[in-house]
Design a protein around this ligand. Structure first.
Ligand code: SF4
Ligand code: SF4
Length: 338
């Protein structure tokens, strides 16, 4: 659909949040605690932080929670009974304040969760989620969205994209049918477009590498010594995967109490040595360099080849979170220029 432009004042955005809450929707927005910013439910706009470049954790949990029940089971006299997770209990959710890069991250997740099996838990959660993004007015040295064909005011993936313009009000670009539905139900809060030049209010994110050059090089780099060189200081902590908006590795765990229990799907990381450890003791990714290679090639070789999407949105979270300062974009520049 054609993008429709409106204006929403800051005070009206607060009223829109109140209306969404009154309609029974969960509103997730960035909340700051000490130095970390997570997406959490808010009741009023005052609880939302605006002091972030990228939130510490991405909004992917809206559709792919850290820990998610898949089924319940009970071992009774007549054997084990299973009860699947009804997705009808998922609440209608609005994610407010995600960045344009984060919105495109759901392209990667959707491709992964619909590759050979249609994942109903993910798909139903996503179908019930509306994204109100906020463009980036500033960036830091870790951001590289423009190197992976994104941008600080990219509308792709959002339902409504807000850009702070003159006087602190927001240009509201209504991008999708979901966004239009939300804007119609809260139409009293949206005003006529003031005609602001959006580009003037966006961060200048430099392009660090050419992704069209990088992907074919990555596809031919499996045996390269670069993986050992790059990964020497990686301690395999998994922080990069846990903050990443596109990482989709998970584990299944059964939690039991007496004769009852539940099976849950939990985030995992291909950076962990245990991730590929077989019961026999054999580990096909025995060393950290093999795990680092897997993480990078999954995003820049295997996903483009199999799913036609690059599995990285250039948010820089992995590099900000890394305790030993592994800088992904520096490594990608080296790979593209190799
Ligand atoms: S790999 Fe790093 S930069 Fe890329 S999407 Fe994940 S966290 Fe963001
Ligand atoms: S956060 Fe850094 S040290 Fe930890 S697994 Fe990722 S690259 Fe390695």
């Amino acid at each position: 659909m054609d993008i429709e432009r409106k204006l929403i004042k800051r005070a009206s955005l607060g009223k829109l949040v109140e209306q969404l809450r009154a309609e029974g929707k969960v509103v997730l927005a960035p909340k700051k605690k000490k130095n970390v910013v997570f997406f959490e439910p808010i009741n009023t706009i005052d609880e939302m932080s605006t002091d972030y470049i990228a939130t510490t954790q991405s909004p992917k949990a809206a559709a792919f929670p850290k820990s998610d029940r898949i089924l319940k089971f009970e071992n009774g006299k007549e054997g084990i009974k299973f009860e699947g997770q009804p997705t009808s209990v998922y609440p209608e959710t609005v994610v407010l304040g995600l960045r344009p890069c984060d919105a495109t991250g759901f392209d990667s997740l959707t491709a992964i969760f619909n590759w050979d099996y249609k994942d109903q838990l993910y798909n139903d959660r996503l179908a019930k989620t509306t994204f109100i993004g906020i463009s980036c007015a500033s960036c830091d040295a870790y951001c590289f969205c423009t190197s992976v064909k994104g941008g600080p005011g990219n509308t792709h993936g959002t339902d409504i994209l807000l850009t702070a313009v003159d006087g602190g009000d927001f240009l509201a670009e209504i991008v999708s049918e979901k966004g239009k539905k939300l804007a119609v139900s809260g139409q009293q809060y949206f005003e006529a477009d003031s005609g602001a030049d959006k580009e003037k209010f966006l961060a200048n994110v430099p392009v660090k590498f050419d992704v069209d050059t990088l992907v074919p090089k990555a596809q031919n780099s499996f045996e390269s010594p670069v993986w050992l060189e790059q990964s020497l200081r990686c301690i395999g902590c998994g922080a990069c995967a846990y903050v990443c908006p596109t990482c989709a590795c998970f584990d299944m765990q059964d939690e039991t109490t007496g004769s009852k229990g539940q099976r849950v799907r939990c985030w995992d990381s291909c950076g962990f040595g245990l991730f590929t450890l077989h019961t026999s003791g054999h580990n096909p990714r025995e060393v950290q360099s093999a795990r680092w290679r897997q993480r990078v090639l999954h995003k820049f070789s295997y996903m483009p080849e199999r799913l036609n999407v690059v599995g990285c949105i250039g948010c820089g979270r992995c590099s900000r979170a890394c305790p030993v300062d592994m800088n992904l974009s520096e490594h990608l520049v080296n790979l593209a220029e190799a």
